[in-house]
Design a binder for this molecule. Structure first.
Ligand code: AP5
Length: 215
């Protein structure tokens, strides 16, 4: 049976950082719903404009669209041996759809919560920078690039700051998480599925623990 590794946690908890390590080392595709929505950034369709507005306000994109995109993406060939979900599910409807999807695909779900004190999250997000070429995630406080605002690998590329990583949107995203996504932890906990790791440690230490859970 193939595995669906589900990385859960508040905005800035380190889901993307861990998903990239898992993808590289376990050779499973990382599916980030946030990245899928951000990829619409240059599109001028009404739907893309609506998604951008929702993200700027720190709200959740409607379930119907999110679920449809995840179904489409996970039906692709590279997902046949399992995959990593980063940022999905975030609502009860999304969690139910994932359960049906796992049953249809003959996969097993491994939800892992990356737990972290709320007071650290703001610095994690406002300090975050990404390489637009390879997606590498940096942080001006916790993981600065070797040279100021330039990717270590793509040295001619300036790092980007996410539009929703400003203090006002960060605050809204944290509220959205508390109200709509945190209750899902009980959903998985009550089924005896949820494993929790302390996300306030070195990324490599956290990775080793997650790897031991999912392999
Ligand atoms: P999304 O892109 O998923 O954002 P998020 O959940 O808010 O999570 P982040 O990407 O901010 O953080 P992360 O946990 O991945 O942390 P990271 O590893 O980057 O979603 C964005 C938006 O899209 C949502 O607000 C919503 O509008 C929409 N959306 C997405 N999915 C949706 C869904 N399912 N349904 C509806 N709408 C959806 O790390 C953060 C920083 O900390 C980095 O700088 C990193 O270098 C640093 N760091 C990481 N780990 C450590 C560590 N151990 N120690 C020190 N620093 C660390």
């Amino acid at each position: 049976m193939s595995k669906i590794i589900v990385l859960m946690g508040a905005p800035g908890a380190g889901k993307g950082t861990q998903a990239r390590l898992l993808q590289e080392r376990l050779k499973l595709p990382q599916i980030s719903t946030g990245d899928i929505f951000r990829a619409l950034k240059d599109s001028q369709t009404p739907l893309a404009m609506e998604v951008r507005e929702i993200m700027a306000q720190g709200r959740l994109v409607p379930d119907e669209l999110t679920i449809r995109l995840v179904k489409e993406r996970t039906s692709q060939d590279d997902c046949r041996n399992g995959y990593i979900l980063d940022g999905f599910p975030r609502t009860p409807a999304q969690a139910e759809s994932l359960e049906s999807l796992a049953t249809e695909q003959g996969n097993e779900i491994f939800p892992v919560l990356i737990d972290i004190p709320t007071e650290i999250l703001e610095k994690r997000m406002t300090g975050r920078r990404n390489c637009p070429v390879c997606g590498e995630i940096y942080n001006v406080y916790f993981k600065p690039p070797k040279h100021d605002n330039v990717c270590d690998v793509h040295t001619d590329t300036q790092l980007a700051h996410r539009a929703d990583d400003n203090p006002e949107t960060v605050k809204a995203r944290l509220i959205t998480y508390e109200e709509q996504t945190r209750p899902l932890m009980n959903y998985y906990r009550s089924r005896g599925l949820l494993r929790t790791v302390d996300g306030n440690r070195d990324p490599e230490v956290i990775y080793k623990e997650i790897e031991a859970i999912v392999t």
